[in-house]
Design a protein around this ligand. Sequence first.
Ligand SMILES: *Cc1c(COP(=O)(O)O)cnc(C)c1O
Length: 456
Amino acid sequence: MDPFASPHNLDKQLQSLLGEASSLLCDWFADTGNQAPLPDSFDLPEVTPKKEGESNKVLLRELQLLMNGAYRPSHPGALAHLDPPPLSVSIIGELICAGLNNNLLAEELSPSLSSLERKLCKWFCEKLDLGDLSGGVVASGGSLSNLMALVIARNISGLASDPSAVFFASDDCHVSLLKAVQIMGLKSESLQKVPTDEKGKLNISCLSSLYKKLKSEGKKCFAVVATAGTTVRGAIDPLLEITQFCQQEEIWLHVDGAIGGVYGLSTHTSGLIEGIGSADSITVNPQKLLGIAKTSSLLLLANKNHLSCTFATGLPYAEPLRGNDFHGGELGIQGTRSAECLKLWIGLRQLGMDGIEKILLDSVERRCFLESLIDTSKIKIISGPLHLLAFTPINFNSSQARDWSEKTRNFLLKSNFMLSRPIYRERYYLKAVLGNPHTKLDDLKLLAKLINDSIA
Ligand SMILES: *Cc1c(COP(=O)(O)O)cnc(C)c1O
């Protein structure tokens, strides 16, 4: 077979290869219920290319090996992480995206798709109330969106060359902020952690007093990061109070809404993240709950010019654009970028607003249901208003909790429930993320029973 599709004739070989590969994938989905979320073991195909290329038959067989060893997000018991199954059309989006092989670096390498990305980001901005000047950019993951937000915030506040400048985020903020500190050449104490309250939300009076102390030491602050949906328990920082603080002190507010941001898309759930529209920038990860195939993250800004102010370098090898728009490669850290907006766009169109709302409400309902079944006379639950919860035995010391978490995770895996085992406040928990649309209430009844029985 010619390894490149014919530009002249209908490529029958490509057509049948796509058909066979689709069948493999559909069979893989269909077999999921008979398998576990995680395979016990797996074989890898040969990794390096031989002198002569392999036939499609061999390639498909090798593909099957990898599929057999894959994690299965659509298993009803796959509840460990923020990794739901992909929407069917989001798979198509990824396939077509690869086929088109356009590049969001420059308009001339992706005319329709660059325009789609701008419009889609704008739609998200409008849904989250970011105002008239808003706009955004798609990024390969929330860590990158957060990093870009912090780089912009530091730049806009004029502190780009001040190595002692700091930013604030809660004790429960995401590890990607720590990574940003490393990348941005900041000192480790540049990320000032603010204590949280008993619900895992940033304590606003602690923020005020830490900021006063900072000012008295003559140091400057370039951003506050509020988390809308923390990774272990789904807590939402007090966005209205933090906004007020930031406006008063004229500090950039970034909301890490990698988990909670999508709740702003439905009027039934947007109250959970009330105030998010006053942020200067927001990270949203549609990959984490809406079923958009990985990766799918957006960085949204109240003023979209801040993207180009920070990242535009000129693209001397691309045709200049008319008007005020910038090439995709001038709006963020990434240069060459695939059209991740394609699978996001088609996925949202497939769901419609009703489908989006259903995913959000069903996920919260599953979390509430599981929470209601866990025996709180022996188990402590930590959760917020979203679709995650974590729990640990009440009467165990920390080493007993560690042993329990390991034993129970393995035991649950044998019953085809996969939970994760985060360490939170130096103690082990088990965590369930209820964003999987295949998990039924009966599954959760069984899970709750196993959890309750795990402690005598
Ligand atoms: C997952 C997550 C991120 C990072 O997103 P990636 O896509 O994994 O890079 C950032 N913040 C929060 C709160 C998250 O849960």
